[in-house]
Design a protein around this ligand. Sequence first.
Ligand code: DGY
Length: 322
Amino acid sequence: MGEYDVYVTRRLPEPGMSIIQQHCRMEVNPHDRPLTREELLRAVRGRDGLVTLLTDRIDAEVMDAAGPQLRVVSNYAVGFNNVDVQEATRRRIVVTNTPGVLTETTADLAWALLMAVARRVVEADAFMRAGKYNGWSPTLFLGTDVYGKTLGIVGFGRIGQAVARRASGFGMRVLYHDVARRPGEEEARLGVAYRPLDELLSESDFVTLHVDLNPRTHHLIDARALSLMKPTAFLINTSRGPVVDEAALVRALEEGRLAGAGLDVFENEPAMAPGLARLPNVVVLPHIASASKETRSRMAEMAATNLVTALGGGRPAHVVNP
Ligand code: DGY
C-alpha cells in the first residue's frame, strides 16, 4: 500500500500517524495551526487520501485541487459538517468520521460546563487567584442547585444519551427532544420523557445541545427559542457553534433573560460574538469536548484505520456517505 499518497492536515496523536505511515506515503501540515485555504488547496494536490479536521472546509474546490485520484477523506471528528459529503459522493470519494469513541468524553465535558456555570466555579477560581478571599461568607458566590432540577437534552443520539445517564446520579428529571422519538421501553430504561422542542425549552432548568449541524439545526436556538427558556435557565453547547444564534444569546444574557451559558463551540470559531467574553455568567472553552489523551488517541487510530481501509479498497467501519 506504500504507493498511496496521503496528506494529513494536522499532526494527530499516536497511534494514528504510525498506522498511516505503515501503509502510505504521508505528508503532514508542519505548522501548529490550521492550514490557510491557499495552503490547503496546494497541499491536497495529487493525493489519494486526506485526513482532515473540522477546521478544514472540504468542498468541490478542494476536491478539484486534489484531482480525480482522490479516493478518501477521513475526518478526524464525529461531526462532518466541514465536508461536502454530497459532492464527495457524486465523485465516489469515501468520507469517514470517528463516532463512538468520543461519546463519554464529550458527555463528561457537557457536565463539566453545566456544573461550572451552575456553581460559578470559574468565577470563584478567578476570585481566589486574585487574592480576594477574606473568609467564609453566607452569601459568597451563590449558585444554582443542579440536583433535582430538569435537564433538557436536544439531540438524543449517542452523546445525548450519555449525558442523560449521568443525570440520574443527580436525581434530575430528564426531558429530550430529537427528530426521532425513542420507543417507550427505551425511554423508560433511560428514565427520560420526550417533549416537542418548545416545551422542552420552557420546562428545563438546563438545556444541553447534542445535535449535528445541518440546515435544519442551523440557529435552532435563535432569539425565539431563547425567549422560551426560563430566565433562571442555563444553556450548554458542546455540539456545533452555528446551532445557536450567538448574537441573540449574548443579548438574552445581557438582558438577564437567561441565567448563564457554558459553551465549548462558537458560531465563527475561533472568534466569539462581541460581548460574550465579558459576561461573568458564561464559561467558554476552546472546543475541547473530546480532548482527553485517551479519546484523541482512539480517534486518531480510527481515522487512520478508516483511511487505510478505504485506500486498500475495503469498506471502512465509519462511512458517512449515504
Ligand atoms: C467532533 O468530533 O465532532 C468534535 O467536535 C471534536 O472532537
